[in-house]
Design a protein around this ligand. Structure first.
Ligand SMILES: [Zn+2]
Ligand SMILES: [Zn+2]
Length: 164
């Protein structure tokens, strides 16, 4: 995307809409994209500083990292990025480097998407996962396997008992 006009005109704006290609967003916990990720927003020149704001939206069909159950995860990633000709902090996701007048919008959006999805994929926050013994889904209730006591915990309990 060439930003020459926006770069030289304080107050100028340019809106964008970019679909991301799912092949490049490969993630082991994402089974499919129910709606393709789309980045939408605006690039604005505020007193000579370019900022990009908008969001990336998508709907993912995922596999839970704990119980392996399938679930849908809506994604709405806010974008607030300063577009800079030089970077002081290469690691910061709040800044993105321009190549002259050119912005690699697809790369910027892909990077934001990948950073945002670099988390655990859980069907629910308190998913307890599967019993390591019988494989039952513990979210649905206890499975009946006898709980094995952690030996360290047993020692601690003993210490607490002695205190009383
Ligand atoms: Zn789960
Ligand atoms: Zn069990």
């Amino acid at each position: 995307m060439n930003l020459h006009d926006v770069l030289i005109t304080p107050g100028a704006r340019r809106s964008f809409r970019q679909e991301l290609s799912p092949e490049r967003l490969d993630h082991p916990s994402v089974l499919s994209f129910l709606s393709l990720p789309v980045g939408e927003g605006e690039i604005e020149n505020t007193a000579g500083v370019l900022t990009l704001h908008g969001s990336i939206r998508s709907l993912l069909r995922c596999r839970c990292d704990r119980c392996a159950g399938e679930f849908d995860r809506p994604v709405d990633i806010p974008l607030e990025v300063t577009l800079a000709a030089e970077l002081e902090d290469e690691e910061s996701p709040d800044f993105y480097l321009l190549e002259g007048d050119e912005l690699d919008l697809e790369d910027l959006l892909e990077t934001s998407f990948i950073l945002e999805t670099d988390t655990r994929f859980l069907c629910r926050e308190d998913c307890t996962g599967l019993c390591p013994r019988c494989g039952a889904d513990l979210t649905l209730g206890p499975c009946g396997c006898k709980k094995e006591k952690d030996p360290r915990l047993a020692v601690l309990e003993q210490l607490l008992d002695d205190k009383d």
